[in-house]
Design a binder for this molecule. Sequence first.
Ligand code: XMP
Length: 323
Amino acid sequence: MNDIRPETMQRIANTELAKEFIDEQVTLIQNQVGDNKVLLALSGGVDSSVVAALLLKAIGKNLVCVHVNHGLLRKGESEQVIQVFEKELGANLIYVDATDRFLEALKDISDPEEKRKIIGKIFIDVFDEEASKVEDVHFLAQGTIYPDITESKGVKAHHNVGGLPAEMKMELVEPIKYLYKDEVRIVGTALGLPDNMVYRQPFPGPGLGVRCVGAITRDRLEALREADAIVREEIEKLVNIPWQYFCVIPDFQSTGIKNDKRYMGWSVIIRTVNTVDAVTATVPEIPFSTLTIIRDRIISTVDGVNRVLWDISEKPISTIEYE
Ligand code: XMP
């Protein structure tokens, strides 16, 4: 298959052009797959969500979406996938809660690359198992976008998790493979997807797994998920929202004091960065009032956390993620 964006292809810069693209793709998809079923790993990220919405429009219930919850998603993420795709758009959605399986395999594993490998491998195993339960599927849809093809050092290529089993031997359906990210978002909006799905910040495939530093434990993971939800909620109230904003929970404890007694608790680190291509990143100013609101909410509601830090390190030398 040709992997060069056709020179004649117009840049999708507005809803009108997005609608033309959608109509074209709907016909192409229908011609490619006919009455057959198509499988899609739907993470809820921008790319897979747009592919899901396009295929739904083209083939309806013949699209079978599999959403694997690895237990490392942000608060409310799986719920949103179910709400938008199953409840609102009527998609055929298989939801798999594989949290225990992932956390069991990650137990005591502290090496970041090993963590990524385990998450990637189990993801494929779980997806493969679900796929084999669906009869007669010969097509696999993927949210490949143009930078995935052109930038061998692109984020997805570099840190891949959601890569799918090559041995599945299915014909690929890749309707957005010539689109740049901004075009994908315009198409997503034209398809009626909510803004908080289409314009959301990048989130790594291994999810909170690489932000729960060292060996993942359930208590730290839950604390991270809660703190992250608070950070997202407060940062999204700002006029200038940074490119990426999240929390990290390191694997050390420090002293706190409660009811006149000293005790050890976790720290939460707030990370906020601006970047164009994730190769370099700067740290924007965040109003101190926002930081203190975040601090107070985390300290008063997140179990086990007694310290909140703000990371002002830029890339280079510090990477955006901690692992
Ligand atoms: P770093 O930490 O290398 O991150 O400065 C650059 C960008 O890549 C994202 N990132 C990942 N994305 N899987 C992903 O899909 C990963 O394992 C992964 N690690 C980092 C990071 O969030 C940032 O946007």
